[in-house]
Design a protein around this ligand. Structure first.
Ligand code: FES
Length: 107
């Protein structure tokens, strides 16, 4: 299990033990983290699972592919250098202890 800490825009925190191989979106949605909407269910076509990944961990994540980069152009909240789509980030042991901030709005 990999510890991931989700921090919502209002400051509320949820620390989860996530199974290796799950996406950040799956982990958040299945545990009631409200800051992720995930309207498309993880098909990389809605951008409502936008999140900001702890910059110290960015190089531990697989790079975003062209489809994700395209959808990141559609986020409602400000896109930042550490923006990712939570459905496209697969959890690996190297991410243990990572913090993920969620934007104020998704849609
Ligand atoms: S859930 Fe739709 S893009 Fe991630």
């Amino acid at each position: 299990m990999v510890k991931i800490n989700f921090i919502e825009a209002d400051g509320s925190e949820t620390e989860l033990d996530v199974q290796d191989g799950w996406s950040l979106m799956q982990a958040a949605v299945s545990n009631g983290v409200e800051g992720i909407e995930a309207e498309c269910g993880g098909s990389c076509c809605c951008a409502t699972c936008h999140c900001y990944v702890d910059e110290a961990y960015l190089d531990k994540l697989e790079a975003a592919n062209d489809k994700e980069l395209g959808m990141l152009e559609e986020t409602v909240a400000e896109r930042k250098d550490n923006s990712r789509l939570a459905c496209q980030v697969k959890v690996t042991p190297e991410m243990d202890g990572m913090t993920v901030h969620l934007p104020e709005v998704q849609s």
